[in-house]
Design a protein around this ligand. Structure first.
Ligand code: 5AD
Ligand code: SF4
Length: 460
């Protein structure tokens, strides 16, 4: 019987072929969409490095080009097909170029059909859950196979895949994969499968290594981190995991994304407040301020229940920071529904929002709902919502004036001689400083507020 090789064996076989070439094999990975997908992209880069490739940002020059795609909104899908069309010209000049498409789009039947029909020059297609099959698929391609597809759903990626991290001080750590919620607008449960949690000991050991190597921000990732552990026998839930990570030695901040409001309650808030390493911030995607729309979205909470969590946090820490996701123009969202979203924004005073015009995804329930709202009306609502958020941010950022914030420095600011970073509350802070500060914590005394950041001076 043909024995399956381990991933290490496939990587070393591929490395053998790649090192035997007369010139180095360059590889370019383009990731789209959410942070989980970028984290997958870093794992792909890690595998490529192990197989002896040299990474480049320029797809035109690369021997291997990988599009790690997102399926959440239609325009991201269109962009990928546009990029595939663009790269075709380079493959015509360099027929040895290997083109791969992976990520969420690779799990959509119509995408796979379209690739088979009209993009025959794409060499390898694999789904997010087939990530660790990549070395095997690449080896097959290098040894002469034509088109290779693996869009099966697998349980869990193997542990121990090293991520080639884009940052030397901020690290994302997936704690679970998939989603069980089936919000009616969302394609994720169809492309990333059901919820699977990583074992707590694997997560802890990864975070310990990251902290020991000097990482200053650990971002825990999952589609709904609050359901972490429900599929595990050990009884560790998300607050429990936060506590365990908080005990790890080192000076780092813990962040996480995303929390589903139906599962985020007092226990989560108490844990964030108790864990001194956790940022005093919660990203709590509300999607809409209308109970009618929330029901049509299958979100399983009401605005009243949502506000209980906000009010509870603010009863302990009055300026606890909240950010959210909002969808504008869900099928048949009325003027009144939209007004309720604006009212909610005023009531919560979000520090930031990520807003999206509803994008129809075939295969989801909402795609079958009738929609009489015009595109112009949706854009008008979006403009109004963004203007309101700018007002809210400018006003609410003033609460930090006079305070000292501990800031992890990200990089250069927009103005000459300035740097920016993020506070524990996930607020952008701009101050005078130089690049030597990048990746370190500084204390900044806040003296001003803009609509996108607070400003101040470093104190020792
Ligand atoms: N259209 C618009 N926005 C969407 N999101 C998810 N699906 C869609 C869609 N079909 C948004 C939600 C989610 C965020 C990651 O993307 O707001 O929280
Ligand atoms: Fe999509 Fe809802 Fe799951 Fe988030 S919780 S990934 S919006 S189905």
């Amino acid at each position: 019987m043909n024995q399956e090789k381990t991933i290490e064996e496939y990587m070393s076989a591929a490395a053998g072929i790649i090192s035997g070439r007369n010139k180095p094999m360059t590889a370019c990975v383009h990731s789209y969409g959410c942070q989980l997908n970028f984290s997958d992209g870093e794992k792909i880069k890690g595998m490529l490095l192990k197989m002896g490739c040299v990474l480049t940002d320029k797809p035109e020059d690369a021997g291997i080009v990988i599009f790690n795609t997102c399926a959440v909104r239609e325009n991201a899908e269109d962009r990928v097909f546009g990029n595939l069309g663009y790269i075709k010209h380079y493959k015509e000049k360099n027929p040895e170029m290997i083109i791969c498409l992976c990520g969420c789009m690779a799990s959509l039947e119509h995408v796979v059909e379209k690739i088979n029909r009209s993009y025959k020059y794409v060499d390898i297609v694999f789904s997010s859950s087939a990530l660790d099959k990549f070395p095997k698929l690449l080896l097959e391609k290098l040894t002469g196979e034509k088109h290779i597809f693996d869009t099966n759903e697998y349980d869990m990626p193997v542990e121990g895949l090293e991520q080639a991290r884009d940052s030397r001080f901020k690290a994302s750590v997936p704690i679970m994969f998939g989603c069980n919620n089936f919000c009616t607008y969302c394609i994720v449960p169809y492309v990333r499968g059901r919820e699977r949690s990583r074992r707590p000991e694997d997560i802890i050991s990864e975070v310990k290594n990251l902290a020991a190597s000097g990482y200053k921000e650990i971002m825990l990732l999952g589609q709904n981190v609050n359901s972490y552990g429900r599929d595990l026998p050990d009884g560790v839930d998300f607050p429990g995991l936060l506590e365990l990570i908080n005990e790890i030695e080192g000076d780092f901040i813990i962040r996480f994304m995303s929390s589903h409001p139906k599962d985020a309650g007092k226990k989560l808030i108490d844990t964030i407040i108790r864990c001194e390493k956790a940022g005093k911030h919660l990203h709590l995607p509300v999607q809409s301020g209308s109970n009618d729309i929330l029901e049509k979205m299958n979100r399983k909470y009401t605005i009243e229940k949502y506000m209980e969590t906000i009010d509870y946090a603010r009863s302990i820490i009055p300026d606890f920071s909240f950010t959210t996701d909002i969808i504008v123009g869900f099928p048949n969202e009325s003027d009144e529904d939209f007004e309720q979203t604006l009212e909610l924004m005023k009531a919560v005073k979000y520090d930031n929002i990520y807003s999206f015009i509803y994008s129809k995804r075939s295969g989801t329930k909402a795609a079958e709902m009738e929609d009489r709202i015009s595109d112009e009306e949706k854009s008008r609502r979006m403009t109004k919502l963004l203007a309101l958020q700018r007002e809210i941010s400018t006003e609410s950022y003033k609460r930090f004036i006079g305070r000292t914030m501990r800031v992890l420095v990200d990089g250069k600011g927009k103005r000459e001689g300035t740097m920016t970073g993020k506070s524990g509350e996930f607020i952008i802070v701009e101050f005078e400083g130089d690049e030597s500060l990048e990746g370190s914590f500084v204390n900044v005394k806040i003296t001003g507020a803009k609509n996108w950041a607070v400003t101040g001076k470093i104190i020792n």
